[in-house]
Design a protein around this ligand. Structure first.
Ligand SMILES: *Cc1c(COP(=O)(O)O)cnc(C)c1O
Length: 496
């Protein structure tokens, strides 16, 4: 027999490489406020940087670590920069980085209790802490997911399984007992695309999502919701769920939760709250009023990798009655458990969600909540909201920008409209020019590396949208970015 291959490092070698890696990470954090936020390279250039034959022979760990500095970092977008305002992306806090390494080291599989006793209990406790922090019933069920999308999918699946008039886990959508089309309801303007994708994944299709007209502030109109449900019932369809946005994607608005909860109760519908953007805001006592009724949601999506600054990936779904998750996802096979229960069995998370093998995601959340505490988190959330309000003040004061909405939470949209084009009615040509100017501002800003800001659309028009979801952003960053946007906008007048 040839020599036995043992790829593990010696403890000394591991320690040396580990110290080197920590030094690399520490240097990265030292420079993160000043790095160009975006690499300014085409997709093709980035692809070329990684052109390399499949390694036939193994390489030295030192040369592999070199590639981090030479290839990964120069082609990275730095979401941890205080001037990264793209999508709704979190910044990733330091202790989370250490937690990721520790979780990988112990490598528990949090699908079952047996391969992950400590990890299961850390997850159970952390979910409970989160519920407590936002005022959701602490005896709820729930688990961490890859993100908000999978949390929404988990919730919609649970909604269907628990509201269908037949055993849907067994016969699915093909049951001859199904008497109509399943319907779910969501605000037309700010309803999140992931709900449509989740509806698609459950098999009911994107068209099962009924858009409900919004009020002037872009929150769902509960009167219209009631009308739509009544209409569908009269037509023999199967309303099963209403999705409320708890912090919406363009303007951070919170749907009228209490009224939606009432309507769901009245019609026996599942109430799902998509709080991926904003549910953590309920940690702030001064904002609690807006969240009243969230504790009545049958299920709630949260995204710790957004507004808890947890490094990717980490979403979460909470369900008021844990048994309803089990009913939707429970699996059994003789090889999953010992066949006869003993006192050494515990909670098996694979019974409560779509994943079987699962990583120790909870560790980073658990450590971050311990490090900052509820008080620390409240300060951070307030700081983010203050940054959005600060942008609002700058927009209001400038003659070359237009206010589109009052700020709520940390997501804020506005529009560059040069003074000469403000006031009075604008024709389509003028609106299109303004659209192009706003797009140009964001494009140039991205390519400058100074900040990362994106556009969105509100009522069909291009707007600048910032999401201040970083624990590093200060009002000085907002000032700097606003000045740059203003300058770019003015420099492009008449050129787009
Ligand atoms: C981000 C987001 C999602 C999707 O979450 P991921 O973590 O990106 O999977 C769903 N709903 C809302 C409201 C979001 O903001």
């Amino acid at each position: 027999m040839s020599e036995w291959y043992d790829p593990d490092m010696s403890p000394e070698e591991f320690r040396r490489l580990g110290h080197r890696t920590i030094d690399m990470i520490a240097e990265y954090y030292e420079s993160i406020r000043d790095l160009p936020v975006y690499p300014k390279r085409t997709a093709h250039e980035v692809e070329s940087a990684f052109e390399e034959e499949l390694p036939r022979e193994g390489q030295s760990p030192d040369s592999i670590l070199d590639a981090w500095t030479e290839k990964i970092l120069p082609n990275a977008t730095h979401l941890g920069s205080p001037r990264y305002f793209g999508y709704v992306n979190g910044s990733g806090a330091m202790i989370g980085t250490l937690a990721e390494a520790l979780a990988a080291a112990v490598n528990m599989n949090v699908g079952g209790w047996k391969p992950a006793p400590a990890a299961t209990e850390v997850e159970r406790r952390t979910i409970r802490w989160i519920a407590e922090a936002i005022g959701y019933p602490a005896d709820c069920g729930g688990l961490f997911t890859s993100g908000g999308m999978m949390a929404n999918f988990t919730a919609l699946t649970a909604a269907l399984r628990n509201t269908a008039a037949y055993d849907m886990a067994e016969s699915g959508l093909q049951s001859p007992e199904r008497t109509g089309r399943f319907r779910l309801y969501m605000a037309d303007h700010e309803g999140h695309v992931s709900i449509k994708a989740a509806a698609d994944m459950t098999g009911i299709g994107r068209s099962a999502v009924v858009p409900i007209p919004s009020r002037d502030d872009l929150s769902m109109d509960p009167g219209e919701l009631r009308r739509a449900i009544e209409g569908d019932l009269a037509a023999g369809e199967l309303p099963f769920c209403v999705v409320a946005q708890v912090g919406s994607i363009n303007v951070g608005v919170i749907d009228p939760i209490e009224q939606i909860a009432d309507i769901c109760e009245e019609y026996g519908l599942w109430f799902h709250a998509d709080g991926a953007c904003g549910a953590f805001g309920a940690m702030l006592p001064e904002m609690r009023d807006q969240y009243r009724g969230m504790e009545r949601a049958d299920s709630l999506t949260l995204d710790p990798h957004k507004w808890l600054y947890v490094p990717y990936e980490c979403g979460a779904v909470l369900v008021r009655e844990p048994e309803r998750l089990r009913r939707a996802f429970s699996m059994s096979a003789p090889y999953l458990r010992g066949t006869i229960p003993t006192e050494y069995d515990g909670l098996d998370y694979y019974d409560y969600g779509p994943q079987m093998s699962r990583g120790f995601r909870a560790l980073k959340v658990w450590m971050m909540i311990k490090q900052y505490g509820l008080d620390g988190y409240r300060k951070l959330l307030r700081q983010n909201n203050e940054c959005a309000s600060h942008m609002h003040e700058l927009v209001k004061k400038s003659p070359d920008f237009e206010v589109l909405h009052e700020p709520n939470l940390y997501i804020y949209s506005f529009r560059f409209v040069p003074a000469g084009m403000q006031g009075g009615r604008r024709d389509e040509a003028a609106e299109s020019e303004i659209d192009r100017l706003n797009q140009r501002i964001c494009d140039e800003l991205q390519l400058s590396g100074e900040a990362f800001v994106m556009t969105s659309r509100i009522h069909g028009r291009v707007v600048i949208r910032i999401s201040v979801c970083s624990h590093r952003t200060t009002p000085a960053d907002i000032d700097r970015v606003f000045e740059r946007m203003h300058a770019i906008g003015l420099a492009n007048l008449g050129h787009v």
